[in-house]
Design a protein around this ligand. Structure first.
Ligand code: ZN
Length: 132
């Protein structure tokens, strides 16, 4: 397993990690199989979506912040970041991708992102490559 280390720069952002994940897959030497990309955090997740137009990643972050209020008098969690936990639960902590010819099989417009919901801070992403 490869551990990627990244640093986010905003409270909420989608940080592209496609090249780092591709590097981890190439490093494994596996030509065909599956890669699991997993964020071991409670306020961040993994998203696969458009990387061609950066407006899309900004819109995803912006809309999630509108849907999930940062402050809500009914939140019970005393750390003050319930919105971050809820957003991370919505997007989920992992994605699986198919590996073909040693590379992640992504669509033309797709990229892999760490979805940060309580940054800025250092984050880890686990990449587990399974041959098959
Ligand atoms: Zn918390």
């Amino acid at each position: 397993m490869v551990v990627l280390e990244v640093r986010t720069t905003k409270r909420c952002q989608l940080l592209e990690i496609t090249d780092m994940v591709t590097g981890a897959i190439e490093e494994s030497g596996v030509k065909n199989g599956i890669a699991v990309i997993y964020a071991p955090h409670t306020t961040a997740g993994i998203v696969i979506n458009e990387n061609a137009d950066p407006s899309v990643e900004q819109d995803i972050s912006m809309k999630l912040s509108k849907v999930v209020d940062e402050r809500d008098p009914d939140y019970r969690h005393t750390e003050g970041n319930s919105d971050s936990h809820i957003k991370a639960s919505i997007v989920g902590p992992s994605q699986s991708i198919i590996i073909q010819n040693g590379r992640p099989l992504l669509g033309t417009w797709q990229g892999i992102f760490l979805a940060e919901f309580d940054g800025p801070r250092p984050r880890k992403v686990f990449v587990k490559v399974i041959e098959g």
